[in-house]
Ligand binder design. Structure first.
Ligand SMILES: [Zn+2]
Ligand SMILES: [Zn+2]
Length: 233
């Protein structure tokens, strides 16, 4: 009798543990999965083909600096309505609208990549050529390799600049504005591609902001370019 009661108690315990384990199995892994699931950043090549090393540099840089699941989309033509014939450039603002509209449903962010010259309005200058353009804390950004080539010492130098511009523009889409710290990847290029050449990493100030906003980035990226030599006295 007592033996039987014990066995009933054990069965009840087993049952409770069983239910608990079912609940744990049903609930915990899904929480874990939700926490582990990376947000998707789509890369959208547009217009004439970018070289494979150029695309590879962007992927490597973004993979090191951010926590995204990077997915590359099929190359598409540039939208004609964004073309500005007087300067033979594509208006970056129109490209951002275009990219945002056609991004896949699961996209957190989308980065357009192109080889043509792109532009925006800067102060009194209606059409100002730029390296990249982004919506601050918004869905889309776009980068162009066109101006990365200007005065570059080598193809590798061009690629390094392109990778830095990608990190910069995606940083804008995460909410970062331009950073006053010299050498930070979020520095304002002020129309000069050479600004990229003194940049290396995202500074501690910018990293702290991203952390505060619940968007921390990897602490120790394997940075795919050399640390610039500090020429200032
Ligand atoms: Zn910027
Ligand atoms: Zn910074």
């Amino acid at each position: 009798m007592s033996k039987e009661r014990n066995s009933v108690m054990i069965n009840q315990m087993d049952r409770r543990q069983f239910i608990q384990s079912i609940l744990a199995a049903a609930l915990m892994p899904s929480f874990a999965r939700a926490a582990d699931k990376k947000l998707v950043l789509y890369l959208q090549p547009m217009g004439p083909k970018l070289s494979d090393p150029a695309v590879a540099m962007v992927k490597k840089a973004l993979d090191e600096f951010y926590n995204f699941d990077l997915k590359e989309l099929e190359r598409i033509p540039l939208p004609e309505h964004a073309y500005y014939p007087p300067r033979k450039r594509y208006r970056a603002g129109k490209l951002l609208d275009f990219l945002g509209r056609r991004a896949p449903e699961d996209a957190f962010r989308v980065l357009g990549m192109t080889g043509v010259d792109i532009s925006c309005t800067k102060g009194k200058i209606y059409d100002w050529g730029i390296l990249g353009y982004a919506q601050i804390d918004g869905p889309a950004s776009v980068i162009s390799i066109f101006r990365c080539k200007m005065g570059a010492r080598s193809k590798k130098h061009t690629l390094i600049r392109f990778g830095k511009v990608a990190v910069h523009e995606v940083g804008h889409t995460l909410g970062l504005e331009h950073c006053p710290n010299r050498g930070c990847l979020m520095e304002d290029a002020r129309g000069k591609v050479s600004t990229c050449d003194r940049e290396y990493d995202i500074c501690q100030r910018c990293r702290a902001l991203l952390k505060k906003w619940g968007r921390p980035i990897p602490e120790f990226p394997d940075i795919p370019w050399p640390r610039p030599i500090n020429k200032s006295p």
